[in-house]
Design a protein around this ligand. Structure first.
Ligand code: PLP
Length: 468
């Protein structure tokens, strides 16, 4: 399988190459040259497989010769054998129409573990093969940082420095990062905001004094391998609800458009998905783009769903490419224009392509809290606010008759409610407790360094601590 860039001028790479590269050298994102297709008969044959067996089957055609069948199967069994639920991503029924797909049974209680645990294994395998080392540098305002740290802790050939803005992440989120004790993990609290931390990271990737010495790596969701691992749970849940002989709709709490794009990939492969509902909070650039073609960045408003507080959604570029006749040269021009002016109109082809599968819904804080209260009152389920945005969108889409009556609607439950327990307690009056396997989080010792807000302080920390 060959991968090409959405901006048309970076070299084509194999799966190993795109996993280690992250972003393409022309600034674009990698996508497979064509979608592997499964017939209904192929999909029926997948019924009854365990999660890790299914993962190996779904990922197989995308990986080509980068891993042997045995390597891939062993990796999937190891990674998904460690989750806190035997089904890895269990389905929970709310009523005759609505279901939750619980994606938070990994080590840091958010869906990002499903993909990042796999990515950690892939990095280790591919780097060992090339006899290379990699330093991952990232900035986090919450979930990505802890999931990435837990994915690479203790692995060979890969190290991680994770920056967080001092005093500006929740206690649970900080402790999920700083209590991981491993020689290849470095936490750095910087004086400044999340945007300052993010700016340092971006600058470091362009700093020759660093890149001439270290191979830097990134773990954000522009990495194709992350999206690929997320395709699996769409198949897993749809098979349980009767696919391919029945259509399923999904509602996806969306920020960077990674999770919902994985649903689009599943549909391109032949999974009968009726609709993908893009659920956003008040930071609604995607809702505006999908409802009237206006893709323009606005300032970010802080909400009770911080993992969806985004200005732009990087992975949206992948959809624009696939719906816009895959013309990388034209899309490169369009995206460069957007980067300058922070605004663009979708072309007719992009709008029509997107509207055949996607609808969008937006939830403000009241609507989100009401969805939490509904889940608790009607089905006895305590859900997190991100999941609440998704559930609001599911109910609204169903009431607006955007989804046929007999189609089950699955809301992706992207985080465990205990991760956001203050907001949950305010909405439903119940304070969710952390699951037993992370229960001693507040008893463990924290390890992190503190530096000033200057870029140089962060850069020197990375250079001093990296193994070469
Ligand atoms: C990251 C995250 C999201 C958004 O996912 P994207 O792939 O960026 O769209 C939603 N909910 C939670 C809890 C997250 O951590």
């Amino acid at each position: 399988m060959e991968y090409i860039s959405t901006r048309g001028s970076a070299p084509a790479l194999d799966f190993e190459g795109v996993t280690l590269a992250g972003l393409a050298s022309d600034g674009g994102l990698y996508l497979p040259r064509e979608w592997p297709r499964l017939s209904n008969a192929d999909i029926r044959e997948l019924r009854g497989l365990s999660y890790h067996q299914l993962a190996a089957r779904i990922m197989r055609p995308f990986i080509g010769t980068s891993l042997s069948d045995d390597e891939l199967e062993e990796m999937c069994a190891d990674v998904y054998g460690d989750f806190g639920h035997a089904a890895v991503t269990p389905l929970v029924q709310l009523n005759e129409t609505h279901w939750l797909l619980e994606l938070f049974h990994g080590p840091t209680l958010a869906f990002k573990d499903v993909a990042l645990q796999m990515l950690g294994r892939l990095f280790e395998t591919f780097l060992a093969r090339r006899d290379q080392k990699m330093m991952i540098v990232g900035a986090t305002s919450g979930d990505t940082g802890s999931a990435a740290i837990n994915a690479v802790a203790g692995r060979d050939n890969v190290e991680i420095v994770m920056l967080h803005p001092k005093g500006r992440v929740s206690d649970v989120q900080r402790r999920q990062m700083t209590t991981v004790r491993s020689a290849n993990v470095f936490n750095l609290a910087i004086d400044g905001s999340f945007d300052d931390a993010q700016a340092h990271v971006k600058r470091m990737f362009r700093d020759d004094d660093v890149t001439s010495i270290l191979k830097l790596g990134a773990v954000n969701s522009i990495n194709w391998a992350r999206l690929l691992a997320q395709v699996v749970y769409y198949f897993y849940s749809a098979l349980q609800l009767g696919a391919p002989d029945r259509k399923i709709a999904y509602s996806v709490p969306t920020g960077n458009f990674g999770d919902v794009f994985a649903g689009y990939v599943a549909a391109q492969m032949g999974l009968p998905i009726e609709r993908l509902i893009v659920a956003t909070n008040v930071n609604d650039i995607l809702h505006r783009a999908l409802s009237d073609g206006d893709y323009s960045a606005a300032g970010v408003t802080a909400t009770i769903t911080p993992s969806m507080d985004i200005q732009v959604s990087s992975n949206f570029e992948r959809l624009l490419f696939d719906c816009g006749e895959r013309d990388g040269t034209a899309l490169g021009d369009q995206m460069r224009e957007f980067e300058k002016s922070k605004a663009m109109q979708l072309t007719n082809a992009q709008r029509e392509g997107a509207s055949s599968l996607f609808v969008s819904m937006r939830a403000d804080q009241d609507e989100t809290s009401r969805a939490l209260a509904w889940a608790y009152g009607a089905a006895g389920q305590v859900i997190d606010p991100h999941t609440g945005v998704g559930l609001h969108a599911s109910i609204a889409a169903s009431e607006a008759d955007l989804i046929a009556r007999d189609v089950p609607i699955v809301t992706l439950a992207t985080a465990h409610p205990a991760k956001f327990r203050d907001a949950v307690e305010r909405a439903v009056g119940v304070r969710p407790s952390l699951p037993a396997r992370v229960g001693d989080l507040f008893g463990r010792e924290e390890h992190f360094a503190e530096v000033s807000g200057d870029y140089e302080a962060t850069r020197d920390f990375v250079l001093e601590n990296a193994t070469r």
